[in-house]
Design a protein around this ligand. Structure first.
Ligand code: UDX
Length: 464
């Protein structure tokens, strides 16, 4: 919305939320999320044509176009628990819009939703409309965290789905005009409602599938002596495949991939397509396998036990340049190591100790249910400490796990780190960012995902 305000000075944008502290933060110098470039955009438009407010009803009533971006968590109870999206927030937003509106409106689905949500929302709006006309559009968002502003300035495509009726087409055109302020016409795609909704789930599933494919190859590379970086380079040179999103890692994270695939799986099952559901489920299974494999590698390399050993965790966010920890592979890796009674010293330049403790004491999917935060478990508090420096984290440690590819980790003084660690000193690089040969020269035993194994690791028991 900030980018729309920046690129369309003739449009007034009001961002509304029921949370008073969140809106206060958006109106302050300390924005509630870390995203490179966002500060500058907000500063330029705030007070000009971008406003943040808790007066939800007033702004909805006055708007011509309402973007709904409420969260759609994974259901934890009832039908479809663990897979289906919970549309409670969406439904109440739609009822509120119908309730307060006094003029015709275009309602835009911005949240990722299961296919055919628009139909349900349309029913709520029209059955409660008191004669007001609503047009519903699907306009999924493809930005990635950490590069959000650049992605929005220069999107590969903008997708707008609408009803194929004269009123539907008119609404699609109206939204198209907003984006046409800065996006070239040929990149604004228009489709029917279901295609737009499904495209978002499909795009995320395809992206995640690429990572699971290369991660599956990484296991085979370790077993055979091939190097996954060389394999992905060679594979990506095929112009039909392309070079992006082929980096082997400890696993993908983030608020979208797993959730959207589970959603897709559920939709397939509901539509009587169990084979298709199984196919996509495998993308998540390989991701879980990759995280387990990493933990097993750490434990087996360190004489089959990490009990009471200090392990430094470098990076906790799900990727670099964000403080976001939702579904980060670091959670599962840390839980795995804690299960073997390791002591963890965690450093991430953007993640606070509170956040880490919360993540490690939560159950799966709790993060997307903001209402039931749990108390921290006493074990987690005792075994985990967070520090504000990589040197502090690695001091006296037996091993280092690199779980996020922060640029600053590439520039660390590994000689200094080695001198202050217990010996033998191990580095487990879950993002393939360090120069393994250089580190071996210093004396480290190094594990890099999908690379020929260190002689030390070869002698250790096979990894399950
Ligand atoms: C993703 C989609 O890219 C975006 O289009 C959609 O709108 C939201 O979901 P995001 O979750 O912000 O964006 O991050 P992304 O860059 O896609 O990375 C997801 C995860 O995959 C991260 O944990 C990242 O480290 C991992 N990843 C990515 C790999 O392990 N290897 C790769 O080659 C690329």
């Amino acid at each position: 919305m900030a980018v729309i305000a920046l690129k369309c000075p003739d449009i007034e944008v009001a961002v509304v939320d029921i949370s008073v502290p969140r809106i206060a933060a958006w109106n302050s110098d300390q924005l509630p999320i870390y995203e490179p470039g966002l500060d500058g955009v907000v500063k330029e438009c705030r007070g000009r044509n971008l406003f943040f407010s808790t007066d939800v009803e007033k702004h909805v009533r006055e708007a011509d176009i309402v973007f709904v971006s409420v969260n759609t968590p994974t259901k934890t109870r009832g039908l479809g628990a663990g897979k289906a999206a919970d549309l409670t927030y969406w439904e109440s937003a739609a009822r509120m819009i119908a309730d307060v509106s006094k003029s015709d409106k275009i309602v835009v689905e911005k949240s990722t939703v299961p296919v055919k949500t628009a139909e349900a929302i349309e029913k709520i709006l029209t059955h409660n409309s008191k004669g007001i006309k609503f047009q519903i559009l699907s306009n999924p968002e493809f930005l990635a965290e950490g590069t959000a502003i650049q992605d929005l300035f220069n999107p590969d495509r903008v997708l707008i789905g609408g009803r194929e009726t004269p009123e539907g087409n008119k609404a699609v055109q109206a939204l198209k005009e907003v984006y046409a302020h800065w996006v070239p016409e040929e990149r604004i795609l228009t489709t029917n409602l279901w295609s737009a909704e499904l495209s978002k789930l499909a795009a995320n599933a395809f992206l995640a599938q690429r990572i699971s494919s290369v991660n599956a190859m990484s296991a085979l590379c370790e077993a055979t002596g091939a190097d996954v970086t060389q394999v992905s380079y060679a594979v990506g040179k095929d112009t039909r495949i392309g070079p992006k999103f082929l980096n082997a890692s400890v696993g993908f994270g983030g608020s979208c991939f797993q959730k959207d695939i589970l959603n897709l799986v559920y939709i397939c099952e509901c539509n009587g397509l169990p084979e298709v559901a199984e196919y996509w489920k495998q993308v998540i299974k390989i991701n879980d396998y990759q995280k387990n494999r990493f933990v097993n590698r750490v434990v087996s390399s360190m004489f089959n036990t990490v009990s009471n050993k200090k392990i430094a965790i470098l990076g906790f966010a799900f990727k670099k340049d964000t403080g976001d920890t939702r579904e980060t592979p670091a959670i599962d890796v840390c839980k795995g190591l804690l299960g073997d009674k390791a002591r963890l010293s965690i450093y991430d330049p953007q993640v606070t100790e509170d956040q880490v403790q919360r993540d490690l004491s939560m159950n799966k999917f709790d993060w997307d249910h903001p209402l039931h935060l749990q108390p921290m478990s006493p074990t987690t508090v005792k075994q985990v400490s967070c520090v504000w420096d990589a040197y502090e984290a690695t001091k006296d440690a037996h091993g280092i796990c690199i779980l996020t590819e922060w640029d600053e980790f590439k520039k660390l003084d590994f000689k200094r780190i080695y001198d202050n660690m217990q010996k033998p000193a191990f580095v487990f690089d879950g993002r393939n960012i360090v120069n393994a040969d250089e580190l071996r020269g210093i004396g480290f035993i190094v594990y890099s995902i999908g690379k020929p194994l260190d002689p030390w690791l070869k002698d250790m028991p096979a990894v399950a």
